[in-house]
Design a protein around this ligand. Structure first.
Ligand SMILES: [Zn+2]
Length: 100
């Protein structure tokens, strides 16, 4: 058994609110959503995932930032990417939900 927060662990965090980097809200390049993110941390890297399926490596978010977000009262932590994706409906079911 590996600890869920070990250095090699993959952690997911829901982030229902806007995510500002340097004061600028992150916006999805796919569907222009500005909130309701899933953040994935593995090693030094943090990915930002949108419900539309768009996901990108976000170098401005460090592991320390991720740890700070996890410490906030907002997020829900999932120990695997699959668990997070399924629990949050990020499996593509809601793709296009923001499109009108
Ligand atoms: Zn999107």
């Amino acid at each position: 058994m590996q600890p869920a927060d070990g250095p090699g662990a993959t952690r997911c965090l829901s982030h229902p609110h806007e995510l500002a980097l340097g004061g600028i809200p992150v916006m999805c390049s796919g569907c222009r959503a500005r909130r309701d993110w899933l953040l994935i941390n593995h090693g030094r890297n943090v990915w930002v995932c949108c419900r539309c399926g768009d996901q990108r490596l976000e170098p401005e978010i460090s592991r320390a930032d991720f740890d700070a977000l996890i410490a906030s009262p907002y997020g829900t932590i999932y120990s695997t990417v699959e668990e997070g994706l399924a629990a949050l409906g990020f499996d593509g079911v809601f793709a296009g939900a923001y499109l009108e």
